[in-house]
Design a protein around this ligand. Structure first.
Ligand code: AMP
Length: 537
C-alpha cells in the first residue's frame, strides 16, 4: 500500500472542496455570525500568510488564549497547516502556570481574545520568547493594550493572502498541536500531538460505534478548545463537513439550551458539571431539544442519576466517554452491544454509567498488583494504553519516566473491566479512599449520592483516620427550594441499602458549592483542605 502522509492540510482542503456551503455558527462578544467552510478556509489561508509575515516558521509554536469561536477554529488549521504548532493554552490556569507553559513551549506568537488580554498584560514581562501578540476581537480597531508589538487579527487577515498554499510536504509525525495538562504537584506537563495522531483520532471519532460524527451532524463543543482540542471535535467536524456551532465566551445553561434549540444541534460535548447545569435548566424551563441525538460526556464520571434523567425525562441519548490530554483524548466510549437490547433497563444503565469500551485502534492492559487483572468487573488495576493517538512522552519533561513505561502510557486511573470489556473508572490512584487496607471508590459513592432527588452535586474525599488510615467524607450541595430541608440522616438512609457499612461516609457535610478545577472537575485537593478544617483536623 502507499505510504502517504496523514496531514491536517487534507482535512481543511476536503471541507473547502466538498462542503464549501456548510456552515460554522460562531457566537462572540457581539453576537452570532455565520461562515461557510469556503470562507473559513480562505480566512485560515489569510491567517497562515499573516503569521508567515510575522516570522512564524516551521516548527515554531503559536499559542492561543481563546474561547470556542470561528477565529480559534481558523487558527486550528492555519497554524499546523503552515508547519507550525498550535499551542492551545488553558486560560483558567493560575498565572504562574500560564507563564510557565508559554515559556516552556517557547511560544513565538500569541493569539489572544480581547477579554483575556488583562491576563496576559499582567504577566507580559515574564514571557521570554513571545515576539508578537495578535488580538482577536469583533471591534474594528485594536483595543488599547500594553502588549507590544500588538496586531489586530482582522486587519492582518484583510492584508493576508486568501489563496496562500497550505503545506503538503510535511512529515505526518511532525508536531501539529500541543496542550498542557495539570499535574498533581509542580508545573503542568506538555503533550505534543502529531498530524498523524490527530488524523487517526478524528477518524476514530467518525466511527459509527464510537461518537459517529458525520456530515449530517450539527456539533456544539462546550468543552473548551483549550482543553485537549475540544476533544478533537473541531478537527473531525471540519474533515467530515459537519456543521459546527461554537458557543464563544458565554455558556450558561440557558444560553446553551437556546443555542442548541435554535441551531438544531445534534451532538454536543462537555464535562458532567455542564450537563448537571443544563439538566436543571431543562427541568425548570421549556425547550425543544429533539434534534439532539447525543450528549457526549467525559472528563469525570457521569453520575447514573444524571444519565437516567436526560434519557428518561428529556429523551436525550447520553454517551459516556473516557480519555485524557495524553490520549487525544478519546480512549473508551459507551458502546452497548446489539444483544444488550434484550437486557433489563437497570442492567443497561449500569453499562451506560461505565466509561465504555476501548475505541478501535487502541490497545489496553489493566495492571493489578499481580499482573494483568481478570475481566470480572471486580479486580482493580491501573489502566495502561497504547496506540497511534496516545502520547509517548511529556514535552521536555523528566516526569515522562513516571507515566510512560515499556511503550505504554500509565494513566494513573484505577479501573475494573467486566466480561464484556466495559471499563469502569474506580478512581484516580490518588483519589481512592484506603480504609483499613481496603479500597473505597469515591466515584461509586458520588454517583449514589447524586442519584438522590435532593442532591445537586456531591464529591467524596478521604480524610486521615487514626485507626483506618483514611475514611470517606461526603460533601453535598443540595438543590434549591424544599430540597434544602433534606437532612444528613435522610441521606444516610438512602445510602445504607446500597453499600457495605464500612463504605458509608463518616460524615456528610453540606456545601454551597464544590470547588472546581480549571476544566470544571471537582477540585479534590482544595476540597480535602476545606473538609479537614470543618471536621477539625
Ligand atoms: P484531562 O487530561 O484533564 O482530560 O484529565 C484526564 C483524567 O480525567 C483521566 O485520567 C481521568 O482521571 C478523568 N476522566 C476522564 N474521563 C472520565 C470519565 N468518563 N469518568 C471518570 N473519570 C474521567
Amino acid at each position: 500500500m502507499m505510504n502517504t502522509p496523514l496531514l491536517l492540510t487534507q482535512m481543511i482542503e476536503r471541507a473547502e472542496r466538498y462542503y464549501p456551503k456548510k456552515e460554522i455558527v460562531s457566537r462572540t462578544e457581539s453576537g452570532i455570525s455565520r461562515f461557510t467552510y469556503k470562507e473559513m478556509a480562505s480566512r485560515a489561508r489569510r491567517l497562515a500568510s499573516a503569521l508567515e509575515k510575522l516570522g512564524v516558521e516551521e516548527g515554531d509554536k503559536v499559542g492561543t488564549l481563546a474561547w470556542n469561536h470561528h477565529r480559534h477554529l481558523e487558527a486550528y488549521f492555519a497554524i499546523p497547516c503552515s508547519g507550525a504548532v498550535l499551542h492551545t493554552i488553558n486560560i483558567r490556569l493560575a498565572p504562574q502556570h500560564i507563564i510557565y507553559i508559554i515559556n516552556h513551549a517557547e511560544d513565538k506568537v500569541l493569539l489572544i481574545d480581547s477579554d483575556i488580554l488583562p491576563l496576559i498584560e499582567r504577566v507580559k514581562d515574564q514571557l521570554t520568547t513571545v515576539k508578537a501578540f495578535v488580538i482577536m476581537t469583533d471591534s474594528d480597531t485594536l483595543p488599547e493594550t500594553s502588549l507590544s508589538p500588538a496586531y489586530h487579527y482582522e486587519t492582518i487577515l484583510a492584508e493576508g493572502d486568501p489563496h496562500h498554499p497550505f503545506r503538503d510536504d510535511l512529515d505526518e509525525n511532525a508536531p501539529a498541536g500541543m496542550c498542557y495538562t495539570s499535574a498533581t504537584t509542580g508545573n503542568p506537563k506538555g503533550v505534543v500531538y502529531s498530524h498523524r495522531g490527530i488524523v487517526l483520532h478524528s477518524m476514530a471519532l467518525g466511527l459509527a460505534d464510537t461518537t459517529g460524527v458525520s456530515e449530517k451532524d450539527i456539533a456544539l463543543p462546550v468543552v473548551p478548545m483549550f482543553h485537549v482540542n475540544a476533544w478533537g471535535l473541531p478537527f473531525a467536524a471540519t474533515w467530515f463537513g459537519t456543521s459546527q456551532v461554537l458557543p464563544g465566551p458565554y455558556f450558561t445553561p440557558k444560553l446553551l439550551a437556546e443555542l442548541m434549540q435554535e441551531e438544531k444541534v445534534t451532538i454536543t460535548a462537555g464535562v458532567p458539571t455542564i450537563w448537571l447545569g443544563l439538566l436543571k435548566e431543562l427541568d425548570e424551563n421549556q425547550y425543544d431539544l429533539s434534534s439532539l441525538r447525543s450528549i457526549l460526556c467525559g472528563g469525570s464520571a457521569a453520575p447514573l442519576g444524571m444519565i437516567k434523567a436526560f434519557e428518561e425525562k428529556h429523551g436525550i441519548p447520553f454517551m459516556h466517554a473516557y480519555g485524557m490530554t495524553e490520549t487525544s483524548p478519546l480512549a473508551t466510549v459507551t458502546g452497548e452491544k446489539s444483544y444488550m437490547e434484550e437486557w433489563g433497563k437497570e442492567e443497561k444503565y449500569n453499562v451506560k454509567a461505565k466509561q465504555g469500551i476501548l475505541v478501535p485502534g487502541l490497545e489496553m492492559r489493566i495492571i493489578g498488583k499481580d499482573g494483568e487483572v481478570s475481566w470480572d468487573g471486580k479486580e482493580m488495576g491501573e489502566l495502561t494504553l497504547r496506540g497511534p493517538w496516545i502520547a509517548s512522552e511529556y514535552y521536555k519533561d523528566e516526569r515522562t519516566d513516571e507515566a510512560f513505561k515499556d511503550g505504554w502510557l500509565y494513566t494513573g486511573d484505577v479501573v475494573t473491566v467486566d466480561e464484556e470489556g466495559f471499563v469502569k473508572i474506580v478512581d484516580r490512584t490518588k483519589d481512592l479512599v484506603k480504609s483499613g487496607g481496603e479500597w473505597i471508590s469515591s466515584v461509586d459513592l458520588e454517583n449514589a449520592l447524586m442519584a438522590h432527588e435532593s442532591i445537586f452535586e456531591a464529591a467524596v474525599v478521604a480524610v486521615p483516620h487514626p485507626e483506618w488510615q483514611e475514611r470517606p467524607v461526603a460533601c453535598v450541595v443540595l438543590k434549591e427550594g424544599d430540597h434544602q430541608n433534606t437532612t444528613k440522616e435522610e441521606i444516610y438512609e438512602f445510602l445504607k441499602p446500597q453499600f457495605a457499612k464500612w463504605w458509608l461516609p463518616d460524615e456528610i457535610l453540606f456545601f454551597e458549592e464544590i470547588p472546581k478545577t480549571s476544566v470544571g472537575k471537582f477540585l479534590k485537593r482544595a476540597l480535602r483542605d476545606q473538609v479537614k478544617e470543618r471536621v477539625g483536623q
